[in-house]
Structures are given as C-alpha cells and as structure tokens.
Design a protein around this ligand. Structure first.
Ligand SMILES: Nc1ncnc2c1ncn2[C@@H]1O[C@H](COP(=O)(O)OP(=O)(O)OP(=O)(O)O)[C@@H](O)[C@H]1O
Ligand SMILES: [Mg+2]
Length: 238
C-alpha cells in the first residue's frame, strides 16, 4: 500500500532521514519508534508532503506521490496527525471536525452529520460544544484523530497521538485505534510508550539518527543489540 524507497532529508549538515526504505501492506498496524531526534516526525512529513525529500521516492496505492502537496496526498487517502496539535482554538470541537469534514462532503448539513458521527465514534460527543482550546491535551489529540477520519483515509499516520494522556484517556484511545484497525484502516503510529507498541503492533520499525536500524515483530526488535544500544541512557523496556 505504501512504499518508501531510499528516502533522505538533510537540514544543513544534519541528515534527519537517511536512506530509509520500507513498505506497509494494507491492514497493517505498524509502530515507529526511536529516541528523540531520530527522524520519526521528519519521515512522516516527507511521506505526507509537508516536506520535500532530497532523495528517494514515496508510492501510495501504486502511485508515485513524491513531492505531492499534503492536500493531494490526503485526498488519495493518506492522512497524518501532528505531534503538536494546532486546532482552530476558538472554534468548538464540533466545528473543528465539521471544518475537516467539509473537505469530503459538499454541504454544511452533511458535514455536521458526519462530524457528529465521528464525535460519537471517537467518544467526544459530550465535548462537542466546548472550545477546542479548553480541551485537555489528550482529548485534543483525539479530536485530531476525529478530524483526520473526516477525510475518510485509507491509511492514518499518528504522530504521538497517545502522549500526555491519563490512564482513562489512554485506554479509550487504544480501544479506538483497535476498533479503527479492525474495520480495515491501515495505521502507522509513532509512539514512545513500549507497552502500547507491544499491545497494538505486530511490527515495529526503529529509527536511530535518521536510519532504519530494525524492522520486525516487537519481541524480536526489543532484543536486537542495535536497538538496545540506540536506547542506552533512555528508558526502553521490551
Ligand atoms: N525544520 C527543521 N529544520 C532543521 N532541523 C530540523 C527540522 N526538523 C527537524 N529537524 C532536526 O531533525 C532531526 C530529526 O527530528 P524529528 O523531529 O524528525 O525527530 P523525532 O524522531 O520526531 O523526535 P521526537 O521524538 O523528539 O519527536 C532532529 O535533530 C531535529 O532537530
Ligand atoms: Mg517527533
């Protein structure tokens, strides 16, 4: 479904993403891990058109999407969320999701129906009329998932959607991701919490200093000497 081929991005002398190759099949749920600064977010930016690669190609659903603008990538069905959530702060939760829905449906009434459906689905309907700014960060991240779903993606890339959640919110969002996956949505998640990776993912890709250093089942990756070394000095429990 997604093929990333020798993708490279430099910022001055720093190679943030270094010759990274992998592919993701339909229906997979893949975790991407790596220490801070490993290049995870940059990789998402390259794949979804928010940054242009210096080298390498990206193919999605058989089409070469390298260099496409983010909205075109999204329209093809590849949508991402952001590590730092930037909603329309003054709009209600409902209106934030409605605005995203307008990308896909032609009328305000239909956008409102779709928004309510997504708020139900993501467990946010009771916050529908709150201003986005007043949501705690965990729920703001869930609102971002609802906004991403409004575009009806085939593949969703989540950048630390589970960071900063309290245990109840975490359990709810995990349940949501499992539900979305069981309905056929392909998911790639950047995640720091190993317990989450172990529970959700059959496959983990590890980045370190821009390079892919491991790719496989979490149990295997957790015992990989290169991975253990990359995480030296950081918390890493497989
Ligand atoms: N726009 C930019 N300009 C210059 N350097 C950048 C830019 N974006 C990222 N970098 C650098 O590229 C490297 C990779 O950053 P990136 O944000 O992709 O890491 P990450 O794996 O997502 O880290 P984290 O876990 O902290 O979110 C870092 O050294 C970062 O400082
Ligand atoms: Mg990041």
């Amino acid at each position: 479904m997604l093929e990333v081929d020798r993708l490279t991005k430099r910022f001055g002398g720093l190679v943030a993403v270094d010759n990274v190759t992998f592919s993701i099949g339909e229906g997979e749920l893949v975790g991407i891990i790596g220490p801070n600064g490993a290049g995870k977010t940059t990789l998402f930016n390259l794949v979804t058109g928010f940054l242009q690669p210096d080298a390498g190609r990206v193919r999605f659903l058989g089409r070469d999407i390298t260099g496409w603008a983010p909205h075109r990538v999204a329209r093809l069905g590849l949508v991402r969320t952001f590590q730092l959530v930037r909603p329309f702060q003054n709009l209600s939760v409902l209106d934030n999701v409605k605005a995203a829905a307008l990308v896909k449906v032609p009328s305000l009434a239909e956008a409102e129906d779709l928004a309510w459906e997504l708020l139900e689905d993501t467990g946010l309907s009771r916050y529908a009329h709150l201003e986005a700014r007043s949501l705690p960060v965990g729920l703001r991240k869930r609102m971002e998932i609802a906004r991403a779903l409004a575009v009806r993606p085939r593949m969703l890339m989540l950048d630390e959607a589970l960071a900063g959640l309290n245990p109840t919110e975490l359990a709810e969002t995990l349940g949501l991701l499992e539900r979305l996956h069981s309905r056929g949505l392909t998911l790639i998640l950047i995640e720091h919490i190993m317990a989450v990776i172990m529970r959700l993912c059959r496959r983990v890709i590890v980045l370190h200093q821009g390079r892919k250093i491991a790719d496989g089942p979490p149990e295997q990756v957790g015992h990989d000497p290169n991975v253990i070394e990359a995480y030296l000095g950081e918390e890493f429990v497989a």
